[in-house]
Design a protein around this ligand. Structure first.
Ligand code: F6P
Length: 326
């Protein structure tokens, strides 16, 4: 029988997302509840190679459930792509006798986790943490719901000023190459159009739609542009539309504010459930997997799949947006 884990490490890696803190809290408290020792690794893989590793206790995670960001800090550690560098990380885990690791992050962080699992024989469980909701094997990533709410509230505010001035606004949402965040924020804020990278953008059709809206009595419009859209960023799209229609507009780039803020109740629940699942998964002998939420239930899937397979954008939501934005 495989040896049971006794001492686990936890790290957050890649772009921070709201919900990472309640997830760390769940990992730490579940580990202690089950009699394990738990170590926090600061600044993601950078801290792993620099040996920035500290023992945690139940009090280390007091009062963080409502806080955005990550108390463990995070980083995008490009160096970790090198095997020789990963070796240092593995040596540090061995030095602290850490035999199980929980990695909270996005697909890039999972590629690092997968390599550690394959090269170091470390038991690893990944938890999806990113505002982009672009990870296969889970319906929701930790951070997505809060970011969607933050973006929606920002767009609501933009709507107030757009309506007062009879203006068109192009609002850029984050999401890297995925349109999930832009789409859900756009639908929930009642945007006139959402442009996502997964669907080729037709500038002529967009220009016509905005002009038709004016003919039908619309005095203001909001177009949400996902940052990875094929037509370009929000400034470029606004310029292209102006060239076709003569319509003047304003551009707002939401940017990194979408990663901050207190996690929503849904986020805290998701993060807490996944944190517990990771620790109990390690105790049950699972490794090389990611815990996700699928149709309301915790499901484990191969971390390799989550780091490579691209999550598809929801056709249902694309259709919902098309119908409700007429
Ligand atoms: O992956 C999360 C994310 O916020 C993306 O939506 C965005 O493209 C990227 O990170 C921005 O990263 P940074 O803040 O490091 O520039």
């Amino acid at each position: 029988m495989a040896k049971k884990v006794k001492r686990i490490g936890v790290l957050t890696s890649g772009g921070d997302s709201s919900g990472m803190n309640p997830c760390i809290r769940a990992v730490v408290r579940t580990a202690i509840y089950h009699g394990l020792e738990v170590y926090g690794i600061r600044h993601g893989y950078q801290g792993l190679i620099d040996d920035d590793i500290k023992k945690m206790n139940t009090r280390s995670v007091s009062n963080i459930i409502s806080r955005g960001g990550t108390i463990l800090k995070t980083a995008r550690c490009l160096e970790f792509k090198k095997k020789s560098v990963r070796k240092r990380g593995i040596a540090n885990l061995e030095k602290h006798k850490i035999d199980g690791l929980v990695v909270i992050g996005g697909d890039g962080s999972f590629r690092g986790a997968e390599a550690l699992y394959e090269e170091g024989g470390i038991k690893i469980i990944g938890l999806p943490g990113t505002i982009d909701n672009d990870i296969a094997g889970t319906d929701f990533t930790i951070g997505y719901d809060t970011a969607m709410n933050v973006a929606m509230e920002a767009i609501d505010k933009i709507r107030d000023t757009a309506a007062s001035h009879d203006r068109i606004f192009f609002v850029e949402a984050m999401g890297r190459n995925a349109g999930a965040l832009a789409l859900s924020a756009g639908i929930s804020a009642g945007a006139e159009e959402v442009l996502v990278p997964e669907v080729p953008t037709d500038i002529d059709a967009l220009a016509k739609k905005l002009e038709n809206g004016i003919k039908k009595g619309k005095t203001s419009s909001i177009v949400v542009v996902a940052e990875g859209d094929d037509a370009g960023n929000a400034f470029v799209v606004a310029k292209k539309v102006e060239e076709k229609t003569g319509l003047k507009s304003r551009v707002s780039v939401l940017g990194n504010m979408q990663r901050g803020g207190s996690p929503t109740a849904f986020e805290r629940m998701l993060a807490s459930r996944l944190g517990l699942a990771a620790v109990e998964g390690l105790l049950a002998g699972r490794s090389g997997v990611m815990a996700g939420l699928v149709a309301g239930k915790i499901k484990f899937s191969k971390i390799k799949k989550s780091s490579t397979a691209k999550k598809k954008i929801s056709k249902e939501l694309l259709n919902l947006d098309k119908i409700l934005s007429i």
